[in-house]
Design a protein around this ligand. Structure first.
Ligand code: C5P
Length: 337
């Protein structure tokens, strides 16, 4: 029996969204790192301002997607926005928590990438698989199999290896000033792993427990994101903003980072809708390989040691081991149907 056109469509969207996620993750990490370490004449752009700009772009894009889902009718768009957002403030308020966390996380990622090379950052950030698993178990009541627990141990061992040699291999006097402090970078990534795990699971819970569309939910998320983002911008960089404006130091590279970050939000939401968190893990593992190659060949800020390679191989193997059991279970339940 041939699959229905709708099933083919969603399978196509699943693979397209995963492919776009691989490209988006790789290009965001590399351009963000490049834009934070490039030597420039004028003042550098403010990360907090880039987070705000990305949030605005995401809201505009999601409003357009709701408009498209309503056959490009302005009346219908107006109706959906009023009924689903303006008239349901308590529903919208549910998104304030993940939104505050994501805003904090999006700012942390700039701290991480100003202090760590792209490859180390990406491998360490895979620890979010562990935090996501722990939050899924505690908040969604999900059960993990033996292979999945084992894979989480392999993951931690891999990340420890990736982190271990960096300090030993590069005495402080050999690191470039722009590389900053490894410790600050690692702490920022670890905090981002906790926030990513919690916010991702919380968002998934809200999506599964309510009927509102993912784009409406993303508009609600974005509105709070914008409010929190502006608060962080004024608290952290108020003086710089008053002196030289919100968009100081913006150039085409900054705009690319903002565009890629906004695209990331939309792709993550699409992946959660059409694929799942496990496949999202695979996609980020593939993007690690791509980033390592480009970081080494193009940015030349990454000098891999054999211990780094071993650690990266363990992290990637752990991702696949974690997904293997999930996929095997899914295949088993399909066969039983
Ligand atoms: O690394 P992680 O998968 O946690 O990154 C999620 C990113 O996607 C964050 O930048 C967050 O702001 C964004 N996001 C979004 N809309 C969602 C879920 C995540 O914009 N529904």
């Amino acid at each position: 029996m041939s699959p229905s056109p709708m099933a083919t469509d969603s399978t196509r969207l699943k693979y397209i969204s995963l492919g776009v996620l691989v490209l988006q993750t790789t290009s965001l990490v590399l351009t963000m790192r490049y834009s934070r370490t490039l030597k420039e004449d004028g003042p550098r752009y403010l990360p907090s301002s880039a987070v705000v700009s990305a949030e605005i772009l995401k809201i505009v894009a999601c409003i357009f997607l709701v408009f498209r889902d309503n056959t490009f009718s302005l009346r219908a768009l107006n109706h959906v926005l009023r009924e689903e957002i303006v008239k349901k403030p308590t529903e919208a308020l549910k998104l304030a928590i993940p939104s505050a966390i994501y805003t904090f996380q999006n700012n942390l990622l700039y701290v991480a990438l100003s202090n760590l090379d792209a490859a180390t950052y990406q491998v360490t950030y895979q620890l979010k698989i562990l935090t996501t698993a722990l939050f899924s178990v505690s908040m969604l009541g999900r059960r993990l199999g033996t292979y999945q627990w084992l894979s989480l141990l392999v993951l931690m061992a891999g990340i420890a290896l990736v982190q271990w040699p960096v300090e030993a291999a590069h005495p402080p006097e050999q690191t470039e000033p722009s590389a900053g402090s490894q410790l600050v970078g690692v702490l920022a990534v670890l905090a981002a792993c906790c926030s990513s795990g919690f916010a991702g699971v919380y968002f998934e819970k809200i999506l599964k427990e309510t009927i509102q569309s993912v784009w409406v939910r993303n508009i609600q998320l974005g509105i709070f994101g914008l409010i929190f983002g502006l608060m962080i911008a004024f608290v952290n960089d108020g003086e710089a903003i008053r002196e030289s404006g919100m968009f100081r130091g913006y150039n085409s590279l900054t705009l690319t980072v903002v565009l890629l970050q906004a695209l990331g939000g939309l792709v993550v939401a699409t992946v959660i809708k059409y694929a799942d968190n496990i496949l999202k893990g695979f996609a980020t593992s593939l993007s690690i390989i791509l980033s390592c190659i480009i970081s080494y060949l193009w940015l030349e800020d990454f000098d891999p040691t054999s211990v780094f390679f071993l650690g990266t191989a363990l992290v990637i193997a752990a991702t696949f081991l974690y997904g293997y059991e999930g996929q095997a279970k899914a295949a088993g339940s399909l066969q039983r149907v």
